[in-house]
Design a protein. Structure first.
Length: 88
């Protein structure tokens, strides 16, 4: 499990500079990440290592990475955004 300091660092890394990504990633990191399994937390860390244009394409256009774990994480973030009523 990620510690408090690691979670805070990930909150900062979730700020991407693109409003469309920030609206999805920041609340997910703040509200859902701590409750995920270790495996899912590590997948989220890998997701944050991806380039912004790729993230934008995956989240906004429905494209998906070949990595199934990353694709599943994208679905989790999007579902959380819909549940919380986030609109872009």
């Amino acid at each position: 499990m990620l510690g408090e300091n690691e979670l805070k660092c990930l909150q900062w890394r979730s700020r991407r500079g693109m409003l469309e990504l920030d609206v999805l990633l920041e609340p997910f990191t703040r509200e859902a990440l701590a409750g995920l399994s270790d495996t899912d937390q590590q997948t989220y860390v890998r997701l944050l290592e991806c380039e912004d244009p790729d993230l934008f394409s995956w989240f906004m256009s429905g494209a998906r990475p070949e990595d199934r774990a990353l694709s599943r994480m994208i679905d989790m973030v999007l579902e959380r955004g819909r549940y919380k009523g986030e609109s872009l």
